[in-house]
Write a protein that binds this ligand. Structure first.
Ligand code: GLN
Length: 402
């Protein structure tokens, strides 16, 4: 095979597999039975190509990794304001099952249990039945994965039998009037949500859907609006890895979410969706090998979000000067993606065109434009035309039209 990526992932997995630190979760009886040596990694790209290595097709219950997706559904169904009235967006710095409430009684964020149970209760329309909500959750998470996800009834029953702590959290939120509906309904539905079965390839596709603005790269379905993904990824970046979120962001730099069954999901906006699974957990509750794998992926593939991309200075492909005898027009040729920083460079180049001189703006090498980039370019063209300059635009990909 010419593509070196599968080998690269195999090698990376092997390197991380020698770490057998950590313990399988013991508090949920059904999860305690997991084979501690399992280890798989999945990676999905923006065009829907999915790579897998190790135990890539082994299924496990999604657990807390369901939280960002449930948050996405609640935002899409009830709107940002209603969801924010009930659940905050600040890191708690506490364990995932702590009583992390703000003064107002609002859970601190949707990535810890108390906030996730509250978020679950907001999914669907107001007054929706418990059964209908379960269906909405199952269908919604399945749409993110691009295949129908099933509930592991044994995991569900096992966790239901040990639900005192989650019930206590739900009753506390209820007492502060921030929970929609009955506490035991919210907990039961939340536990069903946590019991959905996935493998690391599913996690990779789910992550890529978030990282692609809500459009599943495999099925093409727009699962939630783009603004929802911006909100969800922001909260994952600050709160996704429990009380290790700050450390994670500095070492790995990928918005992520982990779960107690040993899964870790990471979503790098516009680039990659990643899933990892290995059941042994560190003391915070994050998969030991999962964390190792993400550290290695981030370093080896240069995936840290805060690593500045080199784009702005490349926006100018070339400038063709008009002929000395006055024939021909000056041509400003742009390339790449027209986002704010790139367009800013281009606008200064346009500023160099002498007053009154006509010219050609060549966008044939431009791949795409953000709304802001498009608006700024159009505004510049309009101003130049008002200046009695002839501006011809070569725009075969309709960058300025759409
Ligand atoms: N279902 C688990 C719980 O509520 C999920 C927690 C987790 O994965 N961190 O305790």
């Amino acid at each position: 095979m010419r593509n070196p990526i599968p080998d690269l992932l195999d090698e990376l997995r092997e390197r991380c597999a020698d770490d057998d630190g950590g313990e399988v979760l013991s508090t949920i009886p059904e999860l305690a039975k997991a084979d501690p040596d399992r280890f798989g990694i999945g990676l999905c790209t923006i065009d829907g190509t999915v790579y897998g290595t190790g135990d890539a097709e082994h299924r496990f219950s999604i657990q807390s990794i369901s939280k960002p997706f449930a948050y996405a559904l609640a935002l899409a169904d009830r709107g940002r304001d209603t969801v924010l009235e009930h659940v905050g967006v600040e890191p708690s710095g506490d364990s995932f099952n702590e009583i992390s409430l703000e003064q107002s009684g609002r859970p601190r964020n949707p990535m810890i249990n108390i906030g996730a149970i509250t978020t679950h209760a907001l999914i669907g329309h107001e007054g929706i039945s418990r059964k209908q909500r379960d269906k909405r959750v199952q269908q919604g998470l399945s749409a993110f994965a691009g295949r129908k996800l099933d509930v592991d009834e044994e995991v569900f029953a096992s966790e239901q039998s040990e639900a005192s702590r989650n019930l206590a959290l739900a009753y506390l939120v209820h007492a502060r009037e921030k929970l929609d509906g009955e506490p035991h309904h919210a907990v039961e539905g939340y536990i069903r949500q946590c019991s959905l079965l996935v493998d690391v390839r599913d996690l990779a596709v789910m992550a890529m859907t978030l990282a692609a603005g809500g459009r599943n790269p495999v099925t093409g379905e727009q699962v939630v609006p783009t603004w929802v993904c911006t909100q969800v990824l922001s909260v994952m970046a600050t709160c996704g890895m429990y009380d290790a979120s700050g450390q994670w962001m500095s070492t790995v730099g990928i918005p992520a979410k982990s779960g107690v069954s040993g899964g870790v999901l990471g979503a790098l906006p516009g680039q990659a969706g990643i899933g990892a699974f290995s059941p042994r957990l560190d003391e915070i509750g994050n998969s030991v090998r999962g964390v190792r794998a993400f550290e290695a992926l981030s370093a080896d593939l240069g995936l840290h979000l805060m690593h500045a991309p080199e784009v702005a200075s490349h926006v100018l492909y070339g400038v063709v000067e008009p002929d000395a005898d006055g024939d021909g027009l000056r041509e400003v040729q742009l390339q790449g993606t027209m986002h704010f920083a790139a367009v800013e460079v281009a606008l200064r180049e346009l500023e160099e065109v002498p007053d009154g001189e006509s010219f050609v703006l060549d966008l044939s090498r431009v791949a795409s434009a953000t709304d802001v980039g498009r608006r700024l370019l159009l505004e510049a063209v309009e101003r130049m035309r008002a200046d009695r300059r002839e501006v011809r635009i070569t725009d075969p990909h309709d960058i300025l039209g759409g």
